[in-house]
Design a protein around this ligand. Sequence first.
Ligand SMILES: NC(=O)c1ccc[n+]([C@@H]2O[C@H](COP(=O)([O-])OP(=O)(O)OC[C@H]3O[C@@H](n4cnc5c(N)ncnc54)[C@H](OP(=O)(O)O)[C@@H]3O)[C@@H](O)[C@H]2O)c1
Length: 256
Amino acid sequence: MIDLSGKAALVTGSTTGIGEACAHAFAEAGASVMVTGRNEERGASVVAALRDKGAEADFLACDVRDEGVGDRLVSATVERFGALDVLVNNAGVLSAGDVVETTWEQWREIVDVNISSLFAISKSAVIQMRKQGGGCIINLASEWGLNGEPGYLAYCTSKGAVVQMTRCMGLDHAQENIRVNSVCPGEVHTQMVDEMLKEDGSTPEELAAGVPMRRLAKPGEVANCVLFLASDLSSYVTGTNFSVDGGNDATGGGYP
Ligand SMILES: NC(=O)c1ccc[n+]([C@@H]2O[C@H](COP(=O)([O-])OP(=O)(O)OC[C@H]3O[C@@H](n4cnc5c(N)ncnc54)[C@H](OP(=O)(O)O)[C@@H]3O)[C@@H](O)[C@H]2O)c1
């Protein structure tokens, strides 16, 4: 049983999906949780569910592209819970297209949300964690950051950047008791995947047929790995990109 009592966690994009599952996993492990995202109604309902579990939780509405987002999120977490022990950089967006089909608008959104927000929020978090003597950062990368996927140029590029940010930040802060790791999920059944399937005109079963385990992940299965990486059980783990993908990466990308 992982015990994070007395720890404070900030999870970006925790109004739904994997981020919401991480917020629940942290709350169940005894941590206080700052929930964030743009959807205030969803945020309030996640916070209510966490409080029902006996956890301390709060919601701060924000778009991770906002100017000053890192300082705002980190200082709100510290003011509310007294520290920032764990940051999960989870907020992310996906859109399809090769280099010709991808519009500048899609490209800029993906770069801003999936890469630049990690830079901004991690910068503020590391400054705070240094003051406290340590902490953990877990980034949501993707199997598509380790392998190419046809028709998702901007997304795969952004997740490849997250993989490299994780390695570099892991090394830069290895001697400061700040561990930085990522999880690289395969296909997780969330709103993001439902929207992708709708655009493709395919079904969850068809997607699952290409996964060695022949099923999609539940968000909680990714959250369990995030929880491990946030806990002392992973005390010698930093700079890694941890696959949670039902075996996809072991196939070298699995593209037929
Ligand atoms: N699902 C998968 O199969 C899969 C696989 C590999 C990696 N991932 C990665 O895992 C992470 C979570 O994915 P998911 O499947 O849980 O996605 P999701 O269900 O679409 O949830 C995305 C979350 O990000 C937040 N978000 C998006 N844009 C934002 C913005 N501009 N500002 C603030 N928050 C924003 C959303 O909150 P609001 O709408 O409230 O703003 C939401 O809480 C993403 O980084 C994704 O790339 C997912």
